[in-house]
Design a protein around this ligand. Structure first.
Ligand SMILES: [Zn+2]
Length: 75
């Protein structure tokens, strides 16, 4: 039988594949979290540029202007 020896091999291949997929997924996750989510936001009061940390999946972040101290929310 030709397929007799192919079965354990394919099992190993499957395991290797799923391991690789998991590794890739983890690496992708790491890349996402490592991605700098800092955004340059212009203060609505004085126009100064502020670097604001915005969490993954979030589009808005509260920040305090470094120039005038105005607490606001980035758009
Ligand atoms: Zn300001």
């Amino acid at each position: 039988m030709k397929y007799g020896k192919a079965i354990p091999l394919s099992k190993e291949q499957l395991r290797a594949q799923s391991e690789r997929a998991m590794k890739e997924a983890m690496e992708r996750k790491l890349t996402i979290t490592q991605l700098d989510s800092r955004k340059e936001v212009v203060c609505g009061k004085c126009g100064a540029k502020n670097r604001v940390n915005i969490g993954v999946g979030e589009q808005r972040a509260e920040f305090k202007c470094k120039e005038c101290g105005e607490q606001q929310r980035s758009l």
